[in-house]
Design a protein around this ligand. Structure first.
Ligand code: TRP
Length: 447
């Protein structure tokens, strides 16, 4: 790439990264993972993962991207010529296509729910009816494929026409609106009859429930939600200016993203316990709970429509950011035209997305380790590939690349006085890689 644009303002940097980070990961995946793993204990471990793994790995990605203004592969090759660490971009590409595939299926459900709320179907039913509604959507191959394809085509057209900057700008306006909407839903949920029970589930940890699957789930959720490990934020940071304060930006992004997830939890769990849903319902959890919330609010129709529109934008800024990884790699490293790279990315997502959408119906019998294709893609990419990518990036920044550059990046060439420099470097060198390795060993039973 001959000329690389830069983010003009601090807000631009943070807004684009938050746009990538805030998405279905916060509002759909976080509540169901928390619900499936016992609530409070999961959230405590999740927050530890954000603090000690997420923020350091995010800073590591920022350091590599900003110091070189290049994509992951060239950046690593520039910092340490010939280093094999550049192959981390292949882990990123694999994770990216896998995530895009199952993410598009869920985003497709969001589009169908938007449609259903527009035609007025999101109010006036019982929990059981909402549950049936969701089951009939995912149970129908045609309907799930239709919405998945529609979402992928929208993603394709945005990338193809090069209007992702425009979408990001719209979404920068809409994200604060989403935040306010979530606050309103949150207050509403706190007035529900069994709100206390929901909050207790969410915030009083029962550490006897800690298990390998919970710990890896919390780590994977932290990486997924913060868009880490697949060099997405590394690529964003390659557009940062020399003035962007890396530590502060990473902290703000992580805090905002975590706030959105916790808000989603405070919305969902009081409702789960008030409307007789199961916290362990899995991917369908928010889809059967949310309509219940809308319908008991005054003006529920409008709340539902607004919510799904906003969630759609939150999802598409996330899929744009994943797709950009694949496209930048193809164009900058393999001299492919942008058009061709965009087509390739979409074609792969269409094929893999089809498998994910069909794994709830025609292909539901295909299971590996008791997981269907959708769950398998989700598990392998979020819980294995992203932390593995984060591990490699942390080792690279902590041990391989020039320490002088690391310090220059953290302090903006000495212009900033970063008090937390030492603990951050310590986390990048020791805490993050060792914790990720130990969690992998714990889950495989070797430790
Ligand atoms: N963080 C996004 C979400 O929570 C998903 C996402 C976007 C992502 N880009 C990513 C996840 C890169 C991992 C890596 O919905």
């Amino acid at each position: 790439m001959s000329e690389r644009a830069q983010f003009a303002t601090k807000i631009g940097v943070i807004a684009a990264s938050v746009g990538s980070a805030v998405g279905l990961g916060n509002i759909w995946r976080f509540p169901y993972e928390a619900g499936a793993h016992g609530g409070g204990a999961f959230i405590s471990i999740y927050i530890l993962c954000v603090l000690f793994l997420g923020i350091p790995v995010m800073i590591a990605e920022f350091i590599i991207g900003r110091s070189t203004h290049k994509n992951a592969n060239s950046a690593i090759n520039t910092l340490v010529p010939g280093s094999k660490f550049r192959y981390v971009s292949y882990v990123g590409i694999c994770a990216s296509v896998m995530i895009l595939s199952f993410y598009s299926v869920v985003a497709g459900w969001i589009v169908e729910y938007l449609f259903q709320s527009i035609i007025g179907n999101m109010t006036g039913h019982t929990t059981q009816e909402y549950s049936n509604m969701f089951n009939s959507l995912v149970g129908s191959p045609y309907r799930s494929l239709f919405w998945t394809y529609l979402f992928l085509i929208a993603n394709f057209l945005i990338l193809r026409k090069g209007i992702q900057k425009g979408i990001e700008r719209i979404s920068n306006i809409l994200m604060p609106v989403l935040f306010v909407l979530l606050l309103v839903f949150c207050i509403n949920s706190l007035t529900l009859p069994n709100a206390k029970e929901g909050l207790k589930f969410l915030f009083s940890p029962d550490f006897s429930q800690v298990s390998p699957s919970m710990v890896i789930g919390a780590m994977g959720q932290a990486f997924f939600s913060l868009s880490l490990g697949l060099t997405c934020l590394l690529t964003y940071a390659s557009y940062f200016s020399d003035k962007t304060p890396l530590v502060k930006s990473a902290t703000i992004i992580a805090v905002l993203d975590t706030c959105v997830a916790i808000l989603a939890g405070i919305i969902i769990f009081p409702a789960v316990f008030s409307f007789g849903a199961e916290p362990t319902a899995g991917p369908k959890l928010v889809f059967e709970v949310l309509p219940n919330i809308f319908q008991q609010m005054p003006g529920g129709y409008l709340w539902a429509v607004a919510f799904f529109v906003l969630l759609f934008f939150a999802s598409i800024t996330s899929t744009i950011s994943m797709s950009e990884i694949v496209i930048t790699f193809c164009t900058e490293e393999h001299n492919m035209s942008r058009k061709k790279a965009t087509r390739l990315n979409t074609a792969i997502a269409l094929v893999l997305g089809t498998l994910c959408a069909l794994s709830f119906n025609l292909l539901s019998d295909i299971k590996l380790f008791d997981k269907n294709i959708f769950d398998l893609f989700d598990y392998v990419s979020s819980n294995i590939l992203l932390p593995a990518g984060g591990f490699i990036l942390a080792i690279f920044v902590g041990w391989i690349m020039d320490k002088k550059i690391v310090k220059e990046q953290l302090s903006n060439h000495g212009k900033l006085n970063v008090h937390t420099m030492k603990p951050i470097i310590f986390c990048i060198r020791y805490v993050a890689p060792i914790a990720i390795a130990l969690i992998f060993l714990y889950v495989t039973g070797l430790f």
